[in-house]
Ligand binder design. Sequence first.
Ligand code: PMP
Length: 471
Amino acid sequence: MRGGFWGVRLCCIGIGGEVDALRCKQRVMRSWNYGRSWKMSEQPSKKFGFSSRGRRSVDQPISYLIAKAVENPDLISLAAGLVDYETLPGEESLEILKDILGDKKRSEAALQYGMTEGSGELRDELYKHFCELEGMSEAEFTGSAKDIVVSTGSQQLLHMLADLVLDEGDVVISSWPSYFVFTGVLSAMGSTVRSVDIDEGGMKPEELDKMLASYEATGQLDRVKMVYLVSYHQNPTGITLAEERKPEILEIVKKYSKNHKILIIEDAAYRELTYGGKAPASMKVWDKDNEYVALLQTFSKPFAPGYKTGYGLIPTDLIDGLILNKGGRDFGSSNLAQHVLAEAMRRGVFKKHVEKLCAKYAEKRDAMLEALEKYVGPLAPNEIEWTNPSGGLYVWLTLPEGIDTGKDGKLFAKKLEKGVIGVPGVYCYPDDPAREIPVNKIRLSFGTPTKEQVVEGIKRLGEAIAHVLEE
Ligand code: PMP
């Protein structure tokens, strides 16, 4: 089990803070105040009388990784979920910025405060984008541009939606494993996170049904407020929720929405990063009256996280509350960023960029899969497996039972010695009180390392695993 400073989870490795700490020490030091190593739940509260929520804030164990990077600057990080440095749209951004700031009227509009819910121009572009992804006309698709809220990263939307619908003790059902930064936030807010197994098609609908039925049978259905799933190339497994499961899951949630609606958050952060083949439709297609599903996307993965701009198509009944919630936080995300992004979409720059990114990541994904086949698979042919993602940034590796990939296990030390690091799987599971966390998983990311580093990193990982298996 997790616990203590390191143990809460590799929170910062999962978010925008999925900083490639081990390769970019100085950059990290500048953007993260990581010198501290206190446990949030201890020292500061003595000085400031922290609230119970404040005391539950999670630790930042990445400082441990930074310390390791200081010791070994040649370490290859397959841990961070950052996007590829070489693909960042610097020139495209500069051109658009020059055009906007060079025009007095546009410049004034962009540099002034904007609307809490986001700029109308961007929301119109985003609604078109949603329709294009579904292959539907605006008349065919659900909701409207008015149901879109632009946020400071999709992380902010996740947080605001949780804030809006969850009281302490309420239940959120997530997948097992899941995007651990959000499930960590939920736990810190005092929610109970329960989890449903996944297979190669994502969350299993029958398991979700069973869990909801058990809450109903014990008279506790009113506690269940939310179902959370990462539907495309999931962080951390790379698995995509099968299209045919989407209407099924929606129907199950409707069936158990008795005294109140249960909100489904479909977190589609990696949707555009689909490498070949058509990505499945989102659940929104079946949510015809825009009632149950909040579909969340972001510019962080398919364009540039520096814009820190996310957006969601939100059930109509939640929109006003959500805008009030956001108003109280920041009365609107960066207006300048929104102007640039709307222009990038209008000019087709965004679309072109996504195509470029997909080609680059597909190569690195293939390199990682081939290297796993060559250097890791043969070490224990029937006991080692990994996912084969159709997009996104992650591969989920399962090692033979009994191999502990955690920070205190032998493999972790060996990996550091060989010069490679991934995210120990234990940090990627929600704090479900009813489950035992498996220790033999690793999340591997091909986001920031070059293709050559990906191959070398997996080779080193293979050497470390071989060493542990031989012991
Ligand atoms: N959802 C998922 C599944 C993620 O992996 C991330 C970032 N790692 C986010 C949401 C949040 O991203 P952002 O706030 O940058 O949009």
